[in-house]
Ligand binder design. Structure first.
Ligand SMILES: NC(=O)c1ccc[n+]([C@@H]2O[C@H](COP(=O)([O-])OP(=O)(O)OC[C@H]3O[C@@H](n4cnc5c(N)ncnc54)[C@H](O)[C@@H]3O)[C@@H](O)[C@H]2O)c1
Length: 379
């Protein structure tokens, strides 16, 4: 694994838990964790449960002892590491967004296809049991013709003007900031649940154009947010809203912001069809709300489905606890890694692939183009 902070922790936990809860087709050995700072990566190794450390990701991608490379670094390093890894025959799990640009994402997909390895981009929200159930219901036709896909990813941490200029707020490290960071997740959910985006019209915006620079040993590391204030320019959008046409005539409306006071990790998805609606809110992630037009009129209303039924009645949850014993954020990564490991052994693709990552990147770029030109952009 390359990287060891937020996603490093989430993925390490998942690599540890997946074999304990899921029937994996391989034995998982957490071989080497990599970071650039020797002392910090050594501490991460001990805390997160890896066997070895490295300060150079090339050692990992070239090691004959390693089969899978997991990339959890900021977006600017995904392409270089992933391409080198697949060229060395490794299966690759890469964090989202897949790349900084469409061009990079294309190069990653081409290299992975040429190497015939298994490749996955970590849009872990697909594997929330409630979302997987929504997918099943939509496939079975429970919603009928889909009129609307509405999704909102809202947080509030950028309201504080003292929030530092981290890697997510710089173009060269994040691509398109909050747009790439969190719109990419709800674009992925839209593509997964409803269909491809055909055209988009959007606005991206930067509410606070300058933020304090903190002395840091490298990108992606903020060590002293209270350091004396030197200001730097935010070079990416810190909010983005777009509408679009998708699937078979569905109207889409998506919003990503970190300026929604009180919203911490609010991911809301509502899908309206001719036969009913589905509604999901990540902060209540064990539940899926379902409205069925065919229910008797005198008792119609949104059903509140607690998605914890075992015996393969509802997706993924059979492997955890008895009904009603709810799961959380970290489990979504366990589900992704369990599916990924089995796909590596079977030598078969598992979603979302680098191709999904590329399609996602195309939507991100189309929204940026639309925002700068003031015009609709076709995909
Ligand atoms: N799936 C999700 O829900 C989700 C959530 C958060 C972040 N992410 C994605 O995960 C990735 C990492 O984000 P994060 O929040 O963990 O970032 P972070 O800043 O918390 O951690 C980044 C890590 O990468 C290391 N790093 C940076 N460049 C490196 C290099 N060249 N070689 C080795 N290590 C390097 C840093 O030292 C740090 O350990 C990003 O692509 C981000 O978009 C995904």
């Amino acid at each position: 694994m390359v990287g060891y902070r937020f996603m490093g922790k989430a993925h390490s936990n998942a690599w540890r838990q997946a074999p304990r809860f899921f029937p994996l087709k391989a034995h998982v050995e957490m071989h080497t964790i990599c970071g650039r700072n020797a002392a910090a990566v050594q501490a991460a190794r001990a805390q997160l449960g890896w066997q070895n450390v490295s300060t150079d990701w090339r050692e990992i991608v070239e090691s004959p002892l390693i089969d899978i490379v997991d990339i959890v670094t900021p977006t600017d390093s995904h392409a270089e590491i992933a391409i080198a890894a697949v060229q060395n025959g490794k299966h690759v799990l890469c964090e989202k967004p897949l790349a900084l640009t469409v061009k990079q994402a294309e190069a990653m997909l081409n290299a992975a296809q040429k190497a015939r390895v298994v490749h996955m981009v970590c849009h872990n929200y697909r594997r929330i049991p409630a979302i997987a159930l929504a997918k099943k219901m939509i496939n079975e036709g429970a919603l009928g013709r889909i009129f609307h896909y509405r999704a909102r990813y809202a947080q509030d941490r950028l309201i504080d003007p003292d929030f530092p200029l981290d890697w997510r707020l710089q173009k060269e490290t994040s691509g398109s900031g909050v747009h790439a960071d969190i719109n990419s997740h709800i674009i992925d959910l839209g593509r997964y649940l409803v269909g491809e985006f055909n055209e988009v019209s959007g606005i991206t915006h930067t509410f606070i154009p300058e933020r304090p620079i903190v002395e840091a040993p490298g990108k992606g590391q903020i060590i002293n947010p209270k350091a004396p204030r030197k200001m730097g320019k935010v070079t990416v959008p810190d909010s983005a809203i777009f509408i679009g046409r998708m699937g078979e005539g569905t109207l889409a409306s998506l919003e990503a912001t970190r300026y929604a006071a009180g919203r911490k990790n609010h991911i809301e998805v509502e899908i309206n069809g001719s036969k009913g609606s589905l509604w999901f809110d990540f902060e209540d992630m064990n539940r899926l709300k379902y409205f069925n037009n065919d229910d008797p009129k005198d008792r119609q209303g949104f059903r509140d489905i607690l998605v914890t039924q075992r015996d393969n009645i509802q997706p993924y949850v059979s492997h955890w606890w008895p009904p009603g014993h709810i799961i959380g954020y970290e489990h979504t990564f366990v589900h992704a890694i369990a599916d990924f490991v089995n796909a590596c052994i079977d030598g078969k693709p598992t979603h979302p692939t680098f191709e999904d990552g590329l399609k996602n990147q195309k939507v991100l770029e189309a929204v940026e183009k639309s925002s700068s030109s003031g015009k609709w952009v076709k995909l």
